[in-house]
Design a protein around this ligand. Structure first.
Ligand SMILES: [Zn+2]
Ligand SMILES: [Zn+2]
Length: 613
């Protein structure tokens, strides 16, 4: 008996030591015993700092002494000018491609050198990824600033504690499989450090592709997940990347290049000015240069970067892989991208498995912003400016940007079985019942992908989803409905409202005073509310602005007539000379003059003479 007791005592001591050891390793205040699981942000493309290093492993510094970011590339203007100056001059003088396309290809290779990957898909650049393998509570002030600047989850951190927030930084141009495996290990680390047995993950944009890989390659991770809050996730890539890999690019069409392409990216008169300048080269020379740049970018840079392949839509993958990865030297890359292709095809099925296991899965999606007009399929689907809607929304049926569903369209209820739910968006652009998660997907009309983090409603929704269990679906809280709108109310909050409230209303006439009060009231209701429609913000800004101008606080906007000089010139050139460069215009001009001359002769002399005969 004594023996048994002493064994039990010994075991108890060992266990107590082990327990003490284990709890000592836990870094949270709650010790893992609170109701809020820790959350891990899996950010989007370019939302992690990657720094260039010199041969000694020290940071490369720019002229201002700042570290050099590798995203999206390092453009060394001095060396670019040195490389290009002679070919540019020779090409201009001869009007033939004397080394210019080659020089530009070299510039691409130099600029993207830090982001290149080898035939195993591993990054070969001399770089350092800034990582935070600890909670935000343990981050330095600098690190916190980086994190909150990308994803302003300050309120979440206040509610759940900074020891319940993690940021999984990774290099956007590197090996996708490695990143997925690293995230899996990161999740295990967070569980250990926080004492919680489950975590929430927040895959944002490109982070959606990392989540796809995670669920496919590490299915056991599903038992470690409490909630998944997707934000504009690239679950089926972006057609921009698909078009890039297929070199199906809008600007390689010369008519679009000289008339229309640049206008989609910048102010019209600036765009037209560039079109006018571009004609110093013959169109064939310019197109040869652009083709050379695209070829280098795709064949020599993008083809080996598996994180980029993870942004190729599944519909474009087979053809792009055949085109770029058929060579035996690319076998390892292809093995990895084929794996991801499968993960992408299984994305919905894996998310459904999560739901079936009781993991709460939410999705926040932007729509009704045209895709950057770079790839030829840019208008094939609705989009948020960067990713097509089918990808972020898990397959929703929608009308194209600027259009609505057909009048006789009836809600399809592909994934919703509740006949009382109305999942057609108020603007009749999409039918949420056709996306995989109709009751837990939130849509933001007119919201641009890149400004998602500046929409305070999206951030407060994400905070509520992560920090509380109040919202279980789009019907839980009328303050967070399924359909909402774009906004970034910082100008109203920080400038217009303070200026308006600062006005001494007693000095105003009755009409102005009442308009000022009404404008303030409307703006306050707007910024304090969590429901809006696209475009509402502009009207509120305008109203505040115009009363502030009327009462003399703001100077009236000087209505400068926008210049349309280059617009007229470029269109005139296009109408008369097509896409020709200036050096090619003389023969065309002669041709025009001759044509004109003969048509005059024909009309005025030959035709009358003929009619006489
Ligand atoms: Zn806790
Ligand atoms: Zn429903």
């Amino acid at each position: 008996m004594k023996k048994v007791i002493s064994i039990i005592l010994a075991l108890a001591m060992i266990f107590s030591v082990l327990t003490v050891g284990a709890s000592a390793a836990v870094k949270t205040e709650c010790g893992g015993n609170c109701d809020t699981c820790p959350s891990i942000v899996v950010p989007g493309i370019g939302q992690s700092n990657v720094w260039a290093l010199d041969e000694n492993g020290d940071y490369l510094l720019d002229d201002n002494g700042e570290r050099m970011s590798c995203f999206p590339a390092i453009f060394d203007i001095g060396s670019i000018v040195l490389k290009a100056v002679v070919p540019v001059l020779l090409t201009l003088v001869t009007q033939h491609d004397i080394g210019l396309s080659k020089a530009l290809s070299d510039v691409v290779l130099d600029s993207f050198a830090v982001n290149m990957c080898d035939n195993n898909g591993k990054n070969t650049g001399n770089i350092e990824v800034e990582k935070y393998p600890y909670s935000v509570a343990e981050c330095s002030e600098y690190e916190k600033e980086q994190i909150y600047d990308n994803v302003p989850l300050l309120d979440y951190a206040k509610q759940a504690g900074e020891d319940h927030l993690y940021y999984f930084a990774y290099n956007s141009f590197s090996n996708h499989l490695d990143i997925v495996n690293e995230l899996y290990d990161f999740i295990q680390m967070v569980k250990e450090d926080t004492g919680h047995d489950k975590v929430n993950i927040v895959p944002i944009s490109m982070g959606g592709s990392v989540a796809n890989g995670l669920l496919e390659y590490h299915p056991d991770v599903m038992d470690s997940l409490n909630k998944v809050v997707y934000i504009v996730p690239a679950l089926d890539g972006s057609t921009i990347v698909g078009d890039l890999l297929l070199k199906d690019l809008t600007f390689l069409d010369k008519d679009f290049l000289y008339n229309g392409f640049l206008e989609t990216l910048m102010d019209e008169d600036e765009a037209r000015m560039i079109e006018v300048i571009a004609r110093i080269l013959p169109d064939q020379v310019l197109l040869k240069c652009l083709n050379a740049v695209a070829d280098t970018l795709v064949n020599d840079v993008a083809a080996n970067i598996t994180t980029l392949w993870a942004l190729c839509p599944s519909s474009a993958y087979p053809e792009a892989a055949k085109e770029l990865l058929s060579d035996p030297s690319k076998a390892e890359i292809k093995r990895q991208t084929d794996m991801y292709y499968k993960a992408q095809l299984n994305s919905d099925a894996n998310i459904q498995k999560l739901v079936d296991k009781g993991v709460q899965v939410f999705n926040i999606v932007d729509y009704d912003v045209p895709l950057y007009c770079i790839g030829n399929t840019w208008n094939g689907d609705n989009a948020d400016g960067v990713i097509h809607l089918d990808s972020t929304s898990m397959g929703v049926v929608s009308a194209k940007v600027g259009e609505t569903l057909p009048e006789d369209y009836v809600q399809a209820n592909t994934y919703c079985s509740n006949p009382e739910h109305n999942h057609i968006s108020p603007d009749r652009v999409l039918d949420a019942s056709t996306g995989l998660l109709p009751d837990t997907t939130f849509y933001f009309d007119g919201q641009n992908h890149e400004r998602t983090a500046r929409n305070d409603i999206i951030i407060s929704l994400a905070t509520r989803l992560l920090a509380t269990d109040d919202i279980t679906d789009v019907y839980s809280d009328e303050n967070y409905p399924q359909f909402n709108g774009a906004r970034d109310p910082r100008k109203i909050k920080n400038n217009l409202l303070p200026a308006a409230k600062n006005v001494d209303a007693s000095t105003l006439n009755a009409e102005d005073a009442s308009e000022l009060a009404a404008a303030i009231a409307e703006a306050e209701a707007f910024v304090n509310g969590t429901v809006c429609v696209a475009g509402q913000e502009d009207k509120i800004e305008e109203r505040l602005n115009s009363i502030l101008v009327k009462v003399g606080v703001y100077a009236p906007d000087e209505d400068e007539e926008p210049s349309d000089f280059f617009s007229k010139l470029s269109l005139w050139l296009y109408d008369n000379y097509g896409t020709a460069g200036y050096s090619e215009m003389l023969p065309i001009t002669f041709n025009l003059i001759f044509k004109g001359f003969f048509s005059v002769i024909n009309d005025k002399i030959l035709a009358p003479v003929n009619s006489l005969i």
